[in-house]
Design a protein around this ligand. Sequence first.
Ligand code: UDP
Ligand code: MG
Length: 169
Amino acid sequence: GGPPPPRPPGRGRRSGAAGLGERTFVAIKPDGVQRHLVGEIIRRFERKGLQLVGLKLLQASEELLREHYIALRDRPFYSRLVKYMSSGPVVAMVWQGLDVVKTVRTMIGETNPAESRPGTIRGDFCVEVSKNVIHGSDSVESARQEISLWFRPEELTCWEDTAEHWIYA
Ligand code: UDP
Ligand code: MG
C-alpha cells in the first residue's frame, strides 16, 4: 500500500542528459520582492508546468552575492550589483523540469528589460538593466553551481508531481 516512491531526479522516462530532472536556480531580486511580484512570478513558472523543489526568502550576504556573480567581478557594475542584491530580501528557488534552464531564461527575457519582449517577466515588469527583478541560471553547469551555493541538499525536496502525466508525453 501507500503512494509509489518518488522518481529519482534525472532518471526514469527521459534517458540521457538530465531529462525531467534538470534543475535551475531562480532568484526574485530585492526590487521584485518590494514590488510584490513574488506571487505573480511563481504563478508563471507553476502554470507553465515546472516543478518547485526548493524555496526560501532570505537577505543574502554580500559575500554570497560576490561569489554568485564571481564571473562578473571585472565588470564596472559589479559592486553596484552586489549592493543592489543585498539591499533587501530575495526569494531563492529551484525549479525542475525538461529543459528547465532554457525555458526559465526564455520566460525571464533578455538581461536588458528594454530588449525583453512583452510576455516575458522582464518585458512585463521592469525597465532598467540594473533593476531587472529576477535572476535565472544561464546553463546547466552554472545552475548546478548556483544551487549548491544557495541551498543545502536537505533544503531541496524530491516529490512526485501528480500533474506530470498531463505535462509530459
Ligand atoms: N547588470 C547591470 N548592468 C549591466 C549588465 C548587467 O546592472 O550592464 C546586472 C543585471 O542585474 C543582470 C546582472 O547584472 O541581471 C547579471 O548580468 P548577466 O549578464 O549575467 O545577466 P542575466 O544573466 O541576469 O540576464
Ligand atoms: Mg547571468
